[in-house]
Design a protein. Structure first.
Ligand code: 5GP
Length: 192
């Protein structure tokens, strides 16, 4: 990656359903100089999702082509046959525009990005108040089939055990409190 775009980044990771995406959207709306890193993925868009805004929806073939081209900084098969990845070009674009990058990635991806960026990155783990609450939220959201919900719950146990490897653990019990806390920790990191 070229050196003139050596900026900062904020990484948000969590088990599915912890509220990470909502918190990331609130941070983006707070005008802190952050720009969202739009990931590529192989799954189909959900009804409310927009290509190029939520994800670059490449399909499985398109995704594998990008892997072959070496276009990814990191990628993961987050769920069986569901690939997600961060494009190198996305980070360069955001840093060139003078913004800090904000990532919404899975736990393994988040720790990989932290390893790549070191002190340039603040890695935040969003923790649900309990596993029961996580299940409730996943069901309430009802964007996934029962099979997918089960798959996400099985994965969340492993993910929760890695929380302590992050720079900051943000407990999302009350969403408004968590958003305020997120704003504070991000602002203080960016001001350094
Ligand atoms: P969903 O299908 O619910 O949008 O996302 C599934 C999971 O993939 C989420 O935990 C999300 O954070 C993660 N994810 C999205 N983009 C990336 C990426 O570029 N890299 C990695 N490692 N995970 C990602």
């Amino acid at each position: 990656m070229s050196t003139h775009v050596n900026g900062k980044c904020i990484i948000f990771s969590a088990p599915s359903g912890a509220g990470k995406t909502t918190i990331v959207h609130a941070l983006l709306a707070a005008q802190l100089g952050l720009e969202f890193s739009v990931s590529a993925c192989s799954r189909d868009p959900r009804p409310n999702e927009i290509n190029g805004k939520d994800y670059y929806f490449l399909g499985i073939e398109g995704f594998k082509e990008k892997i072959g081209e070496g276009a990814f900084l990191e990628w993961q098969e987050v769920y069986t046959d569901n690939f997600y990845g961060t494009l190198k070009a996305e980070i360069e674009r955001i840093w060139s525009a003078g913004h800090a990058v904000i990532f919404d990635v899975d736990v393994v991806g988040g720790l990989n990005l932290k390893r790549i960026f070191g002190d340039q990155a603040l890695a935040v783990f969003v923790q649900p108040p309990s596993e029961e609450e996580l299940e409730k939220r996943l069901r309430y959201r009802s964007t996934e089939t029962e099979d997918k919900i089960q798959q996400r719950l099985r994965k969340s146990g492993q993910e929760l055990s890695r929380a302590k490897e992050f720079d900051f653990i943000l407990v999302n019990e009350d969403l408004q409190v968590a958003i305020e806390q997120a704003k504070n920790v991000v602002t203080s990191f960016l001001g350094r």
